[in-house]
Design a binder for this molecule. Structure first.
Ligand code: SF4
Length: 357
């Protein structure tokens, strides 16, 4: 019988399926807490007999991804670290530890190996989609980062993959991340990012996470330009995306994140800023996150210069938009936004049998 991965479950789910096992609910709670907080599965530590512990290990497992490569870049706020992790089938995912100041750290995690969305400014797009990651693999990145000694205060789904293309596993991962019985991160510490998968936004709404953050990758304020750099623009218009965001209002003071990758000479004119303001106008509270383009291994343009970034920030502010300029971290080790991915992995065939739950 295939073992169930503890990291794929909430504490209540483990308790529910452990009723028939030795020490039942009590052991389940302690085992869950140990697995999610200490990254180890050791039923012996909970007063079970050898036979009782075996009953647990026969049925459950905690298989974490292995770090196979690590690259760090020093920044003013501390080191940015890219962790390349091997999954059970030899494919790899990438996570990035980002220092946020005052000792806080954000972990940017992957939800897929590769991605099928084809955004022109993104290295992961060059891989194509090899496969979805399971909930346990998504959570495994957090557990492994902690096991490597990194603190994780916030989690963003902005690594490899379109999170809402793998919505069911990502939504379950949010439940696990925010479960007080285990990892216990507040929902406000978790951000799901999407290129605009309206079906996924609706699923997220149904999951009723009231304090979860949602951000979208806008990158162009009109359908023609957007479609030329983001193929999703051909099937989902900006009007449709705007309507989905108007309907997604989990709480009164919700502010949707609007990510904008600044591509010099392509989307950085005054009229683009005006278009962003028009797109945001009916959305209520927004926060525009301006991300200077980070060239990958096949750049579509150059990185914007400091003056170009400042000019665009002032265009946006003239329209009354709140703007946060993303400080570039990890560019020298290909860990910055848009730089994750390993095109070499394309040579490995996508697996056909499903990975463990
Ligand atoms: S930007 Fe995100 S959605 Fe677009 S190709 Fe890259 S990983 Fe996929």
């Amino acid at each position: 019988m295939e073992k169930v991965q503890i990291a794929s479950m909430t504490g209540a789910e483990l308790v529910a399926c452990a009723e028939q096992l030795p020490k039942g609910r009590g052991a389940a709670r302690a085992i869950y807490r140990q697995a999610l907080r200490e990254q180890r599965f050791d039923p012996d530590a909970h007063g079970l007999s050898a036979e009782g512990a075996r009953a647990w290990t026969d049925r459950f497992a905690l298989d974490l991804p292995r770090v196979v490569r690590k690259a760090e870049e020093d920044t003013d706020l501390g080191p940015t670290a890219k962790l390349v992790m091997a999954l059970h089938d030899g494919l790899e995912c990438e996570s990035v530890v980002l220092p946020m100041g005052r000792g806080k750290t954000t972990l940017c995690i992957s939800s897929q190996v590769g991605c099928k969305m084809g955004c022109k400014f993104c290295e992961t797009a060059r891989m194509g989609l090899l496969r979805h990651m399971t909930t346990a693999e998504i959570i495994g990145q957090i557990l492994r980062a902690r096991a490597e000694g990194f603190t994780v205060n916030n989690v963003v789904f902005m690594g490899m993959g379109e999170a809402l293309d793998n919505a069911d596993n990502v939504i379950q991962a949010v439940r696990v991340i925010t479960d007080p019985a285990g990892l216990a991160l507040g929902q406000e510490r978790v951000t799901v990012c999407t290129v605009g998968r309206i079906d996924g936004i609706k699923k997220l709404a149904e999951a009723s996470f009231r304090r979860l953050n949602l951000s979208i990758s806008l990158n162009a304020p009109d359908d023609a330009l957007r479609s030329s750099i983001m193929p999703i623009g051909r099937t989902v218009s900006l009007a449709q995306l705007q309507q989905a965001l108007i309907e997604y209002r989990p709480r009164d003071n919700f502010a949707v994140g609007v990510n904008y990758c600044l591509l010099p000479g392509i989307n950085d004119a005054a009229e683009h800023a005006a278009g962003i303001a028009a797109f945001c106008a009916p959305l209520g509270r927004v926060m525009v996150n301006l991300i200077p383009y980070n060239p990958g291994s096949a750049p579509m343009t150059r990185a914007p210069e400091e003056g170009e970034i400042e000019r665009f920030v002032s265009y946006l502010r003239e329209h009354g938009l709140p703007v946060r300029r993303r400080i570039t971290k990890g560019r020298t080790v290909m860990a910055a936004c848009g730089q994750l991915g390993n095109v070499e992995l394309r040579r490995k065939k996508p697996i056909t049998s499903p990975p463990p739950a």
